[in-house]
Design a protein around this ligand. Structure first.
Ligand code: VG1
Ligand code: CO
Length: 544
């Protein structure tokens, strides 16, 4: 094998965000752009000579080309083996599962997750460590600083590998193993959940479900698990073929982008249970008939019902949520007398807590839920968890959620996204808030009195690392909160996320619409941050 050392010059924009490096495909297609970043990843790591690397992606446009480059660069840099999913595919949670199962050195996952795909849309790349989880901040920062100094990369001058056949191949001395992307993951799900009970539910004739794979990676996983292993009728999985451009759709499982499913779930003939997953398979949306479960509630409900599921029947070591996620799970943790951790946004912050055995379940308001079974959030896992709970409790989704609210109270919650606003205005808005933190305390806004305000800073209880500037919090004396942060996954302008929450115990109000119940706080969120002044927007683009 001939190894080429190619001279290159740095790009100044390769700093990973909330979840890896995400850019337009056109940016990644620039000569050396991908190669620079991959070499910077390898340069940031030690001790991988002769070791194995997992590679795979969500099947979006440019996935295959990128995999071929990474395989050749892994060979040239001295990896002993690459494990790749057939068709270059691996969902994000499946990649995490494969890294852990085969004890590899780490993995590279190609995805821009819930962002659209296609030649004019988005692509992404991230490195996961041997625990199967996204690299911690010290690694992503090391990758970034190496990318600013890079002057050459190494790549094997060989033919492309065959990605379609499950077999072993060689690239020089390096072994390439093409594996079935689905089976290891499906086997793991079978161990965690009561497949017999779930099969009975799906075959009972009185229960139906629909799963929307959104033309993205979870199609093959959902077909294998739901239709083949659990016996759900063919057609349970909608939009089950992963397409390079997701059929032009936006593979984000929320009320706006999974509209088709949301419409199907209304009315007397609707299925009992509906779910969707995102581009790379790590997000989930849970629906009942005429009923939407907020991700924050979903986490709390899974925690409260964990003992009903075989994989969690021993109970939970602890739970964690990202800071902007509602406090619903905190109440469950209190009732269970277990610890509850509050981390910054992004799955990488759960890794240490999971590795240390401090938590079993964790989640984010952004449709992310997961557990210690892997080190990524896991869309299909959450759907199966719900299905297992439904099989045991034999109640409707809506009844399970309202029972939960009756017992724990409800954290009425909404997130408002102002997408693609000019970065300068968004930064000024955040700076304005940061400057106001000191004066906000004690101020009254109609019925709301500010108890505390800060720019969230997190100290990891395992390695004591500190992550600051993780979002502006305004906490009110009645338990309500408004949180502001800028997205770290977008590829155009800035996206302002505003998270609004208020605890509600009045049983008469438990089922009311959150937008109405929170209207006063929503108005406050706009006036305090002067959203219109800084962004020109009077209303959000996406409400979840
Ligand atoms: C968003 C979500 C965050 C999630 C991240 C990656 O980040 O808010 O909770 O971890 O996406 O999810 P941001 O910085 O845009 O708010 V995924 O499914 O894109 O890997
Ligand atoms: Co995702």
């Amino acid at each position: 094998m001939e190894i080429k050392t190619v001279s290159t010059t740095p790009f100044d924009d390769q700093r990973p965000g909330t979840s890896g490096l995400r850019k337009k495909v056109k940016v990644f297609q620039q000569p050396n752009y991908l190669e620079n970043f991959v070499q910077s990843i390898f340069d940031a790591l030690d001790g991988f000579q002769g070791q194995a690397l997992v590679v795979g992606g969500d099947g979006r446009f440019y996935n295959r080309e990128a995999i071929q480059v990474i395989v050749k660069m892994a060979a040239a840099n001295g990896f002993g083996k690459v494990i790749v999913g057939r068709g270059a595919l691996l969902s994000t949670p499946a990649a995490s599962c494969v890294i852990r199962k085969y004890g590899t050195f780490g993995g590279i996952i190609l995805s821009a997750s819930h962002n659209p795909g296609g030649p004019d849309a988005d692509f992404g790349i991230k490195y996961n460590a041997s625990n199967g989880g996204p690299a911690a901040e010290n690694i992503t920062e090391a990758i970034y600083s190496l990318s600013l100094d890079i002057n050459e990369y190494r790549i094997a001058d060989t033919a492309d590998i065959d990605l379609e056949t499950i077999a072993e191949q060689k690239v020089g001395d390096m072994l390439v193993e093409v594996i079935d992307p689905v089976s290891d993951y499906a086997d793991m799900m079978q161990q965690l959940f009561d497949f017999d009970a779930m099969r009975n539910l799906l075959g009972s004739g009185s229960f139906t479900m629909s799963f929307d794979a959104m033309n993205a990676i979870t199609g093959p996983y959902a077909r294998e698990i739901l239709e083949n292993r659990l016996g759900a009728p063919a057609g349970t999985v909608l939009r089950g073929e992963p397409l390079e451009d997701f059929g032009g759709a936006h593979p984000d499982p929320n009320l706006v982008h999974a509209k088709q499913l949301v419409e199907m779930m209304t009315g007397d003939d609707a299925p009992d249970f509906g779910a969707a997953s995102d581009g790379d398979g790590d997000r989930n949306m849970i629906l009942g008939r005429d009923f939407y479960v907020t991700p924050s509630d979903s986490l709390a409900i899974l925690a409260a019902n964990a003992r009903l599921v075989p994989g969690y029947e021993q109970g939970l070591a602890g739970v964690a949520r990202s800071m902007p996620t509602s406090q619903a799970v905190d109440r469950v943790a209190e009732a269970l007398d277990i610890d509850c951790y509050e981390t910054p946004t992004g799955w990488k912050f759960f890794g240490n807590l999971l590795d240390a055995g401090k938590i079993t379940l964790c989640g984010e308001e952004s449709f992310g839920t997961g557990s210690d079974h892997v080190r990524e959030k896991d869309g299909l896992w959450a759907v199966l968890f719900w299905l297992n709970v439904l099989a045991v409790r034999k109640q409707a989704v809506a009844d399970i959620v309202t029972d939960h609210w009756q017992k724990y109270g409800r954290d009425v919650y909404t997130r408002h996204d102002y997408e693609g606003v000019p970065a300068a205005g968004a930064n000024e808005l955040m700076q304005g808030l940061r400057d106001a933190i000191g004066q906000l305390k004690g101020q009254d806004f109609a019925a709301y009195k500010v108890e505390h305000s800060d720019d969230f800073s997190y100290t990891d209880s395992v390695d004591n690392s500190v992550s600051s500037n993780q979002g502006i919090r305004i906490l009110f004396t009645n338990g309500a909160r408004i949180v502001y942060r800028l997205s770290g996954t977008g590829t155009e302008g800035a996206t302002l996320r505003v998270y609004i929450e208020q605890p509600e115990k009045d049983p008469k109000r438990l089922e009311d619409d959150p937008q109405e119940m929170l209207s006063e706080l929503i108005n406050l969120s706009r006036s305090i941050a002067r959203i219109e002044h800084h962004t020109g927007r009077i209303a959000p683009d996406v409400i979840t």
